[in-house]
Design a protein around this ligand. Sequence first.
Ligand SMILES: [Zn+2]
Ligand SMILES: [Zn+2]
Length: 168
Amino acid sequence: MHGNNLKFNFGFLIDASPGTSNEFEFDYPQIIIEDEKFIPLAGKFSATRTGEGILVQGTFNTTAQMDCIRCLEDSNVRVNGFVEELFFYPPSTALDEDAFTMGDDGNIDLGPLIRQESLINRPMQPLCQEDCKGLCIECGSNLNTDPCDCEIDDIDPRLAALKALLNN
Ligand SMILES: [Zn+2]
Ligand SMILES: [Zn+2]
């Protein structure tokens, strides 16, 4: 869209009447926000003039590099997020220091918001694929890529102890 960043200009909404809305989309094959890499990053947003400033709302989807909890492989895990933020305009009307503001240049950088939201929305138990077969508990091979011939006795540990006794 406008180069490799997530800065958008909403200067054209400053003089618009409250309720005026503008939809925008972006779709980057790859983008780096601060130290975080997003491959890909797509979003669908709207910016609406309100009495207080510019309300930005939208959803995005991307992936995150995470280790699968079953096979421990570094994987691209899907991450979706939702952003809703009011950028006060003029900046002096912001309710507190932490509030987001839009300057007279009309520029808003969605990068930090999207980065933060994507970190919050990372799955707690990431999987490389829905039906990841994990690692063999006998030989440790990755059962997705290297099926092994180990026989896994899926029996109760107490029965296993009994079986060991009987074998002796
Ligand atoms: Zn896996
Ligand atoms: Zn095995």
